[in-house]
Every structure is written in structure tokens, then in C-alpha cells.
Design a protein around this ligand. Structure first.
Ligand SMILES: Nc1ncnc2c1ncn2[C@@H]1O[C@H](COP(=O)(O)OP(=O)(O)OP(=O)(O)O)[C@@H](O)[C@H]1O
Ligand SMILES: [Mg+2]
Length: 375
């Protein structure tokens, strides 16, 4: 950067060279420290290029470890190099039922959305399969964030339909890549036995990045995203250290962007340690924000009730929840379970005088942080 030697930005200057590299959906140019995972996934998908069904795969790993990026990278390559392979990544946080997943497949195959009502699942499935056979295409479906299909009890049906497509629809060739960031969820064990008997997946694990790997990865973002000299090496180390605490690379990327904005706010052309620490107070919640983003109204209602009645007995929380939403105990229990698996709620059993053992609910984060992000 040119200009003032006193380190202050002028009106038409920015610390950012390209702020878009810090966006959530930015696909990085280079993808380091995931060579062996990419190789394994490539190996599993390779048969599709020859016109055969690919090996089914389960990808597991904590949040922000590059699972989605790996799928996007290889799907991108297949799109260029293998005209007879169709790839579809379904975001199950958004499409969390079998019907929604197949609507997404339909949309990819036909280039328009299926009618929103009046089409049976069977019909939808048939049209997709027939088209694949007609076009002589192999379909690879990535069920990204598949844990959401499990939370809605839709995983087994969805998988069963996909895995048996070649039996129910002659000539259809479909492979499945299942991606889960919920390590407490054992994908195989949670599927029905009828699915287990036809599902023999390759397993690929994405471990958290360690601090030196994070530095290496983030350095490239910094070079693309900021002007030269904006972030010094010790500051980058600090960002990596904070990122390694959570293990989620998204924290680091968000942290860089916010720290840059903080520096700009001060009119400074360099990012200071304080800019980073201040940014971290928000960036450490990226995972929470993502978990809350796609919740339904009743799920939000429960989060709000727990935020306002933290630590109380589950029964009391239910009473308030029921009053507000009119929903019954079964639905309430399902929502508690989902929010617990998402890491938003924590449940604890304690002995309560006169009531025996009883369950209490609380938030896994400070209530204000949660309420803030629930808007
Ligand atoms: N090796 C890498 N090099 C560059 N950027 C990376 C790398 N790994 C991850 N990222 C970036 O980190 C962010 C999170 O990665 P990604 O979305 O692939 O994680 P994930 O494992 O799918 O997480 P989740 O389970 O929460 O969905 C993305 O912005 C991605 O660009
Ligand atoms: Mg992902």
C-alpha cells in the first residue's frame, strides 16, 4: 500500500485487497493438508468416470475441517473431465427430508424445480432415474451435513432409496457420499438394518488441523485477501492459535475478516493484536451462528425458553414451551434431542429433593450470545 507513512488509511484506501476470499462459500484455490483424504475420495469416485457405480463413502470429521471443500473440489473436476458423471451436493441442513433431497436431484437433472405439491415421491424418483438411464449418466449424490437427516428421522429412507436405485430402476447408477460433522453420531449404527445390509462404505476421516497447518492455510488467504504488510507474522500466529482452540478453520477465516474491519474502523493500515482479540469475541461463535441459522420456529422457541429459564427442570421448561407453542411432549423431546446433538443445549441429570432423579436443561453457550444470534 502507498500513502501516509503514519500508518493511517486515507478515505479511498482499504486493508482488503479482496474481501471475498473471507466469505463462507469461497472455494480456495489451493487445498493443502488434505492430500490423503482427496486421494481416498478420488479412488472411491473413479469408477463413475468409467461408467460404473462409484464406491459409496462416509466422510467424517469435526466442523471446519475441509469436508465440504473436498467434495466441491472433486465434483468440480468431474464436471470438467467427466461429461457422463452428474454430481449433486445436497445441503441436508436445508433439505432435510427424503422428498426434499429428491426434489434437489430432480432440479439438477431437469434444470427446473419439480412442482411443489401433487407429485409423489415414487414419481419423482422414477423421473430422475429414467432421465439418468436415458442420458447414460452416472449420478453421484453428496449428502452434506447428513446428521440433519438423522435428526429428522429421514436418513434411512433416503439412503435406502438411493442405494437400491439400481435394483428398483434397471440401468440407474447412483453413488452416495455421506458427510457428517457430528462425531457422536455413528452413521452405520443409526441406520436401519435393511440399509446396513446394502451399505458397505469407504470411510474417510478429516482430523482437525493443528496450529502450524492453520498458519500455512491462512497465510494464503491473508496474501490474497489483504494488502501487503497488513497482518504481520506474529499476528497470524495468534489467529492460528485461537483457531486451533476450536479446531474449526471457519473461526480463523471469520477472525481475519473481522480483525481487518476493526483495523479499518480505527483508520489503521495494519491489524493489531487488539483488533484480533476483539474480533475473536464474535468469531468464536461462528459455529453457534451456523447451528442456529436453519432452525425452525418451534426449535427457536425452545432455545429462547431455555435461554430465559436456564438450569430449570426439564418439566418446567416444557410447561413454558407448551404454553408458547401448543406443541406436545413428544415433539418437545425430539427438539431437545436435536438441539443437544447440535451442541446448542446441554442436559444434566441431578437428584432433586422429593422428585428423585430429574433432568435439567441449559444452553451450551452464554444466553446473551445465543439470543443475539437468534435475532
Ligand atoms: N485445506 C484448506 N485450505 C484452504 N481452505 C480450507 C481448507 N480446509 C478448509 N478450508 C476453508 O475452511 C472453511 C471450512 O471448510 P469446509 O466448509 O470445507 O469444512 P467442513 O468440514 O465441511 O465443515 P462443516 O462440518 O462444519 O460443514 C471453508 O471456508 C474452506 O474454504
Ligand atoms: Mg461442510
Amino acid at each position: 500500500m502507498t500513502g501516509d507513512p503514519d500508518g493511517m488509511l486515507s478515505w479511498d484506501e482499504s486493508v482488503f485487497r479482496d474481501e471475498s476470499v473471507f466469505e463462507v462459500d469461497y472455494v480456495p484455490e489451493t487445498f493443502k493438508h488434505r492430500e490423503s483424504q482427496l486421494e481416498s475420495l478420488k479412488y472411491a469416485l473413479r469408477p463413475a468416470v468409467r461408467g460404473s457405480r462409484p464406491l459409496n463413502t462416509v466422510i467424517r470429521g469435526p466442523p471446519g475441517t475441509g469436508k465440504t471443500t473436498a467434495v466441491q473440489k472433486l465434483f468440480g473436476e468431474l464436471g470438467v473431465e467427466a461429461p457422463n458423471v452428474r454430481t449433486v451436493r445436497v445441503n441436508c441442513q436445508v433439505d432435510s427430508t427424503r422428498y426434499a433431497v429428491f426434489s434437489r436431484l430432480f432440479q439438477s437433472v431437469f434444470d427446473y424445480e419439480p412442482p411443489s405439491s401433487g407429485v409423489s415421491f415414487k414419481k419423482l424418483f422414477e423421473q430422475v432415474s429414467d432421465r439418468l438411464v436415458e442420458e447414460d449418466e452416472v449420478l453421484i449424490v453428496a449428502l452434506d451435513d447428513v446428521n440433519y437427516l438423522f435428526y429428522e428421522n429421514e436418513a434411512s429412507d433416503t439412503m435406502y432409496s438411493l442405494l437400491r436405485a439400481h435394483e428398483t430402476h434397471a440401468g440407474a447408477r447412483i453413488g452416495v457420499v455421506v458427510v457428517s460433522s457430528d462425531l457422536s453420531l455413528s452413521v452405520m449404527d443409526e441406520l436401519d438394518s435393511r440399509v446396513q445390509s446394502v451399505f458397505r462404505p469407504e470411510d474417510i476421516y478429516f482430523p482437525p488441523y493443528d496450529a502450524p497447518e492453520i498458519v500455512d492455510i491462512l497465510r494464503e488467504r491473508v496474501e490474497r485477501g489483504f494488502h501487503e504488510g497488513v497482518l504481520s507474522a506474529p499476528e497470524l500466529d495468534r489467529v492460528a492459535e485461537l483457531t486451533a482452540d476450536s479446531g474449526d478453520l471457519r473461526v480463523g477465516i471469520d477472525l481475519l475478516r473481522r480483525a481487518g474491519l476493526n483495523a479499518e474502523m480505527r483508520g489503521s493500515r495494519t491489524i493489531s493484536e487488539d483488533d484480533i482479540e476483539e474480533a475473536y469475541e464474535r468469531s468464536k461463535y461462528v459455529h453457534l451462528a451456523r447451528s442456529l441459522r436453519e432452525l425452525t420456529d418451534s426449535e427457536r422457541a425452545l432455545v429462547r425458553v431455555v435461554a430465559e429459564h436456564g438450569g430449570e427442570q426439564a418439566g418446567d421448561v416444557y410447561d413454558v414451551f407448551h404454553e408458547e407453542t401448543d406443541l406436545g411432549y413428544t415433539r418437545y423431546s425430539e427438539i431437545v434431542k436435536k438441539l443437544e446433538q447440535l451442541g446448542v443445549l446441554e442436559t444434566e441429570y441431578a437428584d432433586v429433593e422429593g422428585r428423585g432423579r430429574s433432568r435439567s436443561l441449559s444452553l451450551a453457550y452464554e444466553p446473551e450470545a445465543v439470543l443475539d444470534r437468534l435475532e
